[in-house]
Design a protein around this ligand. Structure first.
Ligand code: 5GP
Ligand code: MN
Length: 334
C-alpha cells in the first residue's frame, strides 16, 4: 500500500464512520478472522463497523468474538442491501473480484462509497479505490495486522483482535506449515500469544471439531479417493446423496482435499462436491511445489485462488465433471 493511500485512509478513518467489512462467499477461517479482527479494531477507533457475509459461515467459526453480529446477505437480502447503501467505507477482505460474493455482487457494483481491498490472491480486479494486494502473504489476517501498522495503531491490538487474526494465520497456513509461513508470521503469532490469546484452545476449536457424522463422511470420501500415480494426482468425489447420508452441515468437507497430498509422490489433489441446491459441482484443488492450481482452476473450472490452493466450479453433472478433469490431466504435465 503506497504512502498516498495510507495518508488518505488515515484521514478517512480520523472521524467516526459507518463501515461495512465483507468476506468472500462461503467464508473460511481467514475470511472470518480477518473481517472480525478488522471489525474489533475499527470499533476501538470509534467507528460503526458491521461485518456482512454473502452467505452463512460454517459453525466451526461461531465462537469467534462478535460472530453473532455478522449479517448474512442471502438470509435477508433487502435489509442488508439497504444497510450496504448507508455505509461510508467498504472493506473487502480475502478476495479480489466482486463476483466472489455471489449475488451480492449486484448490490456492491452500485455502491459509491470508497472500497478498500486487503487480499493475498493472484490477479486482483480494480474495483477498489485502495488496494492492498500481495500474494507473498500466507493469510489476509497477517495483512490486516500490517494494515493496522500502516495506520500507526498497533498498540490498539488487544486479545480479541489478536484472537481473530491468529485464526486466519493458523487456518490459511495449515498450522504454520505452508511455504508462505515466514519468521515474521511466527513473530506476529508470538505477539498475539503475549497478548494472552488461547493458543492451545484456538486450534482445538478450529481443527478438532468433528461430529461422528463428519468422521463417517470423511471415511466415505477417503474410500472414494482415486489415485493416478503416473499423473501424481489423487482426487475425491462426494455426491449430494452421500452428503445427505451423513447429514452434511456446512464446513464438514473443509480440509478433506488435503488428504490426497499426504500420499507419497502425489503433488496434485482435487475434491469434487456435488451441490444440488446450487446446481453445481464445487471443486477444490491443492498442489505441492510448482504445479499452479490457480491457473488450472481459472483455465478449466471458472475459478482461481493461489498457486498451491484454488477452487472452481462446474455446472455439469458430477460424473461428467470428473470425466472432463481426467481428460484434461491426461494431456498436461504435472
Ligand atoms: P477452497 O478450496 O478452500 O474453497 O479454496 C482455496 C482457495 O481458492 C481460497 O483461497 C479461495 O478463496 C479460492 N477459491 C475457492 N473457490 C474459488 C472460486 O470459485 N473462484 C475463485 N476465484 N477462487 C476460489
Ligand atoms: Mn485467505
Amino acid at each position: 500500500m503506497n504512502e498516498k493511500d495510507i495518508t488518505e485512509l488515515t484521514e478517512l478513518l480520523a472521524t467516526p464512520k459507518k463501515i461495512a467489512i465483507i468476506p468472500h462467499r462461503s467464508p473460511d477461517g481467514d475470511a472470518m478472522g480477518s473481517t472480525l479482527g478488522l471489525y474489533h479494531f475499527l470499533l476501538k477507533l470509534n467507528h460503526q463497523p458491521v461485518v456482512i457475509s454473502p452467505n452463512n459461515f460454517p459453525n466451526f467459526l461461531d465462537w469467534l468474538p462478535a460472530s453473532e453480529t455478522v449479517l448474512v446477505y442471502e438470509n435477508e437480502k433487502d435489509k442488508v442491501a439497504k444497510i450496504l447503501n448507508e455505509q461510508e467505507i467498504i472493506f473487502t477482505l480475502d478476495f479480489n473480484a466482486l463476483h466472489r460474493t455471489g449475488e451480492m455482487e449486484n448490490v456492491l457494483n452500485k455502491l459509491t462509497a470508497p472500497m478498500v481491498m486487503i487480499d493475498h490472491h493472484q490477479l486482483p480486479d480494480t474495483y477498489a479505490k485502495y488496494t492492498y494486494s500481495d500474494t507473498g502473504f500466507g493469510s489476509t489476517c497477517e495483512m490486516v495486522y500490517n494494515f493496522i501498522g500502516f495506520l500507526n495503531q498497533k498498540t490498539l491490538i488487544d486479545k480479541t483482535i489478536a484472537t481473530c487474526l491468529y485464526t486466519g494465520i493458523l487456518t490459511d497456513s495449515g498450522g504454520f506449515r505452508y511455504p508462505k509461513t515466514t519468521g515474521t508470521t511466527h513473530r506476529i503469532a508470538a505477539e498475539f500469544i503475549d497478548l494472552e490469546i488461547d493458543n492451545s484452545e484456538i486450534p482445538t476449536l478450529l481443527f478438532d471439531n468433528n461430529s461422528y457424522d463428519r468422521l463417517q463422511l470423511l471415511g466415505r470420501a477417503l474410500q472414494n479417493m482415486k489415485v493416478i500415480p503416473e499423473l501424481k494426482t489423487a482426487y475425491i468425489s462426494l455426491s449430494q446423496q452421500e452428503l445427505d447420508e451423513f447429514n452434511y452441515v456446512k464446513g464438514d468437507t473443509e480440509g478433506i482435499v488435503n488428504y490426497g497430498l499426504t500420499i507419497k509422490g502425489i503433488v496434485f489433489a482435487a475434491i469434487f462436491i456435488e451441490n444440488r441446491d446450487e446446481k453445481i459441482v464445487k471443486i477444490s484443488f491443492r498442489s505441492q511445489g510448482t504445479f499452479d492450481v490457480n491457473q488450472f482452476a481459472r483455465e478449466h473450472f471458472s475459478g482461481g485462488g493461489h498457486i498451491n490452493a484454488a477452487g472452481g466450479k462446474s455446472e455439469d453433472t458430477l460424473t461428467n465433471t470428473i470425466k472432463k478433469f481426467e481428460t484434461i490431466i491426461s494431456k498436461i504435465t504435472i
